[in-house]
Write a protein that binds this ligand. Sequence first.
Ligand code: OAD
Length: 234
Amino acid sequence: MNQKIVILSGAGISAESGLKTFRGAGGLWDGHKVEDVASPNAWQLNPELVLNFYNDRRRELLTAAPNKAHLALVQLEKAFDVSIVTQNVDDLHERAGSTKVLHLHGELLKSQSTLKESLIYDCNNDITIGEKCELGSQLRPFIVWFGEAVPMLDNAIAEVMEADKIIIIGTSLQVYPAAGLVSFAKRGCEIYYIDPLPANSSALDIAIDVSYIHGKASIELPKLVASLLQKKTN
Ligand code: OAD
């Protein structure tokens, strides 16, 4: 049986595809208050602003392409059982060719009914006010907003609990419950963390043995993947 590798990816893995990260100078939350666009309250107060914010993100995504980091993870599937648990709402892991991708915070290229959560639709265009689900309620972006439950959390925990290795890439580990997933790793699980500025997060306190790799995903991830594949064949 192949060893299981779980990837915990965040916005940093898509930065080199031209998609902005959230935090830090020039990040998405630098120009917006999170609570103004990414919360149920924002949706109640100003749905148009919320739709516009995600419509802009969707348009950007449609012009972006996977980078070398996304592609490296596809190579990893040759020799390992790879599961990707991503906080990202883009589809760049899927477009690169990864086969097991779990989205914790939703997906930009889907819309959702505001009446029945299970009504989810493919969405490649702007969502507009007045656009309705089949039951007649306004469509919203299929995004898990701050203050909302994370429906895929239990599935993500199950993946992490089975991991022999975990690779954390491009996340500031600021947002829970996603940041806390690593605490479910089993004893002896090898943990790598690739980021130009890895977070000094309390989420990693439990993980005594983290190998920090300071650098960009598109450079460091292909190197790590090559070395893991090499070790496997030796
Ligand atoms: P952040 O913007 O908080 O963090 C991005 C991380 O990527 C930082 O640690 C950067 O140092 C790193 N980074 C930047 N460029 C990189 C590169 N080229 N290669 C590798 N790493 C790079 O993004 P997330 O941690 O993903 O949630 O944010 C988590 C959640 O906060 C998002 O899913 C979103 C946001 O609010 C919701 O909207 C619900």
